[in-house]
Unconditional design. Sequence first.
Length: 415
Amino acid sequence: MLSFDRNFAFESSAAQHTIMENAFAVLQEEHKSGKIGYYELPTASRALLDAIDPALLDDTAITDIAVVGIGGSSLGLKAIDSLLCGAREHTRKLHFFENSDPRTITATMARLTREKTYFIIISKSGSTIETTSIFKTLIAHFDLKLDGADRHRVMTITDSGSSLDKFAAHYGLASFHIPLNVGGRFSILSAVGVVPLALAGYNVASILAGAQAFLERFWARGEEHLLEKACYFYEKSRAYSINVLFSYADSLDNLTKWYVQLWGESLGKIDPFESHVGLTPIGIIGSVDQHSFLQLLIEGPRDKTVTFIQVEDFNNALTVPNITLPHIEKTDFINGKSFTTLINAQCDATRQSLIQTGLSVDTIRWDSISESNIGATLIYFELLTSLVGAMLMVNTYDQPGVELGKTILNKTFQA
């Protein structure tokens, strides 16, 4: 279960009420018209679970799944895997091929064998240069016979009719489609996340249920704090142009990276008035970054808001031993206390220090790390992004700046 609180005051004026109602109406229209498809994924994606070949789910020879994808094709999937991999009996391990770094590619390939690995190639466009280049490398390295014996160990997830989709059809590979009205960075609850997670043995149905429950409350106006937060970010976007997501758990690191892409790529735009708008996203991890970034937050420029994610119960009883070490006895006050108590006390102290300094702070609290909370948090950030985008009057779902870089790269190699 999630809970939310904030220290900044929000008294809804008539003008603010109008801004929030207009933004909510934009999201309703996107949903009802079918223009934007991520709103449907928590329910529509349940059908994917039945569409996966049962023989593939039960194949005990497969112990590893290689996921080839980048950005929206991997970040959300990697975030969920990081959060849940330690909480279950691991039968299949996910391995991610994302970046063009040759050392990482080589090291990851070295951990795999062809006989035990299932390969999933994910690209919405079907022609992502990092993804196709790594896929070619895997074909060569593992001597994959796509027209024969290895056809059964490769799957594609892409747009219907894309070049990758046509490639899969050519070889008769298993293939799942991403809805055309779902952008890559909003696609985690589509086949992009659902199929690999299900093949790895995760309880995907509970993730979808958590997202759907939050979404239903939002449409029923049961999550008004989300509209108020979006309006606050919108109104303060000039003064507080940076939002820091301060996540207090190592396993939340990849979720913060997913958030950075979602927030930055969606909101960093030029608005109808030819102004450059958007909030710069920064993801940091507690308590590690208390020893680095916290100094900048407290005494640096007053241009930031901070959002905490705090886990109240890690379901882990590890405690600090009752040991006294010569000359460092002053740390004995924590002896016998659990590490859950320690990290949450650090989070509380950091949050209070920021509030006392005058920063605007809000908190998302998880009662535990669970599939339901993960699903709710994913849809929470997606809705928040859409709301702020509607208020800024930008196209939340395109990425012309990213496309410009791709165009320049293509010209570089085609010159």
